[in-house]
Design a protein around this ligand. Sequence first.
Ligand code: ATP
Ligand code: MG
Length: 377
Amino acid sequence: MLKNDFYGYMEENKLGKIILTGDRPTGRLHVGHYVGSLKRRVELQNSGDYDKTYIMIADAQALTDNIENPEKVRQNIIEVALDYLACGLDPQKSTLFIQSHISELTELTFYYMDLVTVARLQRNPTVKSEIQMRNFEASIPVGFFTYPISQAADITAFKATTVPVGEDQLPMIEQTREIVRKFNSVYEEVLVEPEALIPQNQACHRLPGIDGKAKMSKSLGNCIYLADSADDVKKKIMSMYTDPMHIQVSDPGHIEGNTVFTYLDAFSRPEHFERYLPDYANLEELKAHYQRGGLGDVKIKKFLNNIMQEELEPIRQRRKEYEKDIPTIYEILKKGSEAAKEVAAQTLSEVKKAMKINYFEDMELIREQAEKYKNEN
Ligand code: ATP
Ligand code: MG
């Protein structure tokens, strides 16, 4: 379906613009999540352009590579929920829910498995590198190997049109789109093809860890967490990987692969220069000075620290408020999960009808077969 046809189709079917996205409860959320997806979600939620926003805590997916660690997953549900609320996700505007509570998602996953080949899953570059990272090469849990299919179930159950995610998720969205096309062509036009929404700012596509490694990731332990204290954030920034060849202040420095500059690309705005570093008009000037030589790492790190503290302080404060009332947060998740379940159940029922496995509601089938046997006897 062409894009215009797609929106025409949505009009006709009275489907709105719907957001679905989520995170694995494998740790607290970090600034990579924030710039990669979380900040955008809050903006979209508040934009009024979307009819529904669903935010999922993907506990079932987290278990696929944490089989021996159910306690970790259990403990981190609340951590992720607190980070959501602290960032401004609002349960009045967004449905926050827990994946494992929606059994319909597991059912959809099972049916979608028939639409995907093993070879196709093996080609997924993100899953490939995650398998390597987890030393799963010799024996991959089937659940982990097939998580892109379960992600397709999560997205399509809500007929999501828009999935705000970091760049590493693009292959998952592509896989989902393929499943939707296959389902709709084999059965009936039930599912909606989603679009990934990756950050506009290149530096936010895949924020590196403070160690300079390719991706800030809970599993790599190289994160600045949204809930970190001001002191911890400062310590982490001061220890950040920069340019190993930049030894003396007077040495010319490199910008590429320099984590501090990547973070400045992601977080700095012109007004930050006025406030904290008025000797420079903008980031380009700062970069040029660093490349020429004569600009020390401590100065740029202090500047980054000022910017990040400004961004993180209100999040930290809001989190502290929510931390005072944990039972209410579980209540929010429970209500959200109940609401999400209803929507997923509706999609599942359409899917089963299209797949012709809705026997007891299929009056035509019952009538036809009754007729057939009446004639035979
Ligand atoms: P895990 O190591 O358990 O996979 P993670 O840190 O990769 O955890 P996820 O829960 O897998 O986090 O990802 C949640 C969302 O955050 C996804 O949309 C992902 O693209 C985005 N994201 C995660 N890390 C980054 C990052 N470093 N930069 C930009 N976006 C990110
Ligand atoms: Mg991940």
